[in-house]
Design a protein around this ligand. Structure first.
Ligand SMILES: *Cc1c(COP(=O)(O)O)cnc(C)c1O
Length: 438
């Protein structure tokens, strides 16, 4: 499998190159040049097929030209000691729970695979790298957990001091080992700017190998396709007609990975793109006009995105044609009030806690079912975070408290360790050179 930029650049690169470069030299995102046909594999999978064997098969099929079968197996084994679960909520609707990983959110799937793949390639080259990430809270914890203890990799996470929740801070600052949390005196924008400046600084890059791990990295996107395939395999016996995935979306990486699986031959009829009031993509799907705008703050804050970065990939997947995307992807937007109502109703009627992001997806799926009377339709909602990660919102909606998963409980008990720093490139350079400079 080869990859090239979503923009003008025609150079084709390997997975390894796309993984370590992150962004293409022309500023575009890497995307697959061609799509293999994996229908035979999809036919062979069923509800007894475990997640790791699906991940191994797909990795080996698609990246076999650069990863031997043992390498593919080893990456998958080191990446995933957690799995998705399907929760059948009604005859036609099921929830694909993606929050059983180390940071209790779906981003664990992408981050853990990326970390294991980098470790595998670095071992062959005997190189050491530093992963530099800015976080406003959530992404950082998935990345930190994924890279924790990986050989030949150090991780530096920049987060804005006093501007992340207690649980988020604990998740970032209690790992130790090869993970350092830099507590920056400033806002998230300062953290992002510092990381960008560091990547451009000549002195730093002569002395250290700095690498990014952000959500546009293909190494994070690619493995997210595995759980669509797994979700399908889990309920394929019940699929007689239309099969739809509903995806709570912000930057649209998750949805893009689903479209990859469909391009490889997964029998999906349609994708529902569920957003909060930041509805740039649903609006585009309705009108054909893409209007980026500043994001609005909502309860499903990981989806507060006004200019989704992966839209560039989605456009390429449909040859830039609105009507082709419109045929395959339908949009739906949900307000905060509706999000809370949905969470409350699900708890009351089914004794089920869902987080605000999942609630956006759930309500969108219900609406879709209501407007389509076809009783054989199956719809699967991706559940992107554990309800306990958004305790306050869940509590205010349901007047009840969901049980915390063990990993979050443990993080809350450990002492915080961070390095406080200013918000100039000099501050960051001093820290990096002192800690990692030869
Ligand atoms: C990141 C995130 C999303 C949005 O995913 P995208 O791939 O950016 O569309 C949804 N829910 C949660 C909980 C997230 O952390």
């Amino acid at each position: 499998m080869k990859f090239k930029s979503t923009r003008d650049g025609q150079e084709e690169v390997s997975f390894q190159e796309a993984l370590f470069k992150g962004l293409a030299p022309d500023g575009g995102l890497y995307h697959p040049v061609t799509f293999a046909d994996l229908k035979d594999d999809f036919n062979a999978f069923n509800e007894k097929t475990d997640f790791n064997s699906i991940a191994e098969t797909i990795t080996h099929r698609l990246l076999g030209d650069e990863l031997k079968e043992e390498s593919a197996k080893s990456i998958v084994k080191r990446a995933f000691d957690f799995f998705p679960k399907v929760n059948r909520v009604s005859d036609q609707l099921s929830i694909l729970e993606l929050f059983h990983g180390p940071s209790s959110a779906f981003k664990d799937f992408g981050a853990c695979f990326m970390a294991a793949a980098m470790e595998e390639f670095l071992a062959k080259e005997n190189k050491r790298i530093i992963i530099l990430v800015a976080t406003s809270g959530d992404t950082g914890s998935a990345v930190a957990r994924a890279f924790h203890g990986k050989k030949n990799i150090d991780v530096v996470i920049l987060y804005p001091s006093g501007r992340v929740s207690l649980l988020q801070e604990k998740q970032l600052t209690t790992l130790g080992g090869n993970v350092t949390a830099l507590e920056v005196a400033g806002a998230f924008d300062d953290c992002q700017r510092l990381v960008k400046e560091a990547f451009l600084d000549r002195t730093l890059n002569e002395k250290l190998i700095l690498t990014s791990a952000n959500s546009i990295n293909l190494g994070r996107l690619f493995p997210q396709s595995f759980y669509y395939i797994y979700g399908y395999a889990q309920i394929k016996e019940r699929i007689t007609d239309d099969f739809i995935f509903c995806v709570p979306s912000g930057n649209f990486g998750n949805l893009t990975a689903g479209i990859y699986a469909w391009k490889w031959g997964l029998p999906v009829t349609k994708f529902l793109a569920a957003t909060n009031v930041n509805d740039v993509v649903p609006e585009y799907l309705e009108t054909g006009i893409f209007k980026a705008r500043p994001s609005k703050k909502t309860l499903s804050n990981a989806m507060d995105v006004g200019n989704p970065s992966n839209f560039e990939r989605m456009k390429v997947l449909f040859n830039g044609k609105w009507h082709l995307m419109h045929e395959m992807v339908e949009g739906e937007a949900v307000t905060d009030a509706e999000t809370l109502e949905t969470m409350a109703r699900l708890y009351k009627e089914k004794n089920l806690f869902i987080d605000p992001h999942t609630a956006v997806g759930y309500l969108s799926a219900e609406r879709f079912l209501k407007t389509h009377s076809d009783k054989s339709m199956q719809i699967m909602v991706l559940s992107t975070a554990h309800p306990a990660k958004f305790l306050e919102t869940v509590e205010s909606a349901t007047s009840a408290v969901p049980e915390m998963p063990e990993n979050l409980k443990k993080a809350m008990e450990l002492p915080k360790e961070s390095v406080k720093t200013g918000n100039t490139l000099n501050d960051l350079s001093d820290f990096l050179l002192q800690k990692f400079g030869a």
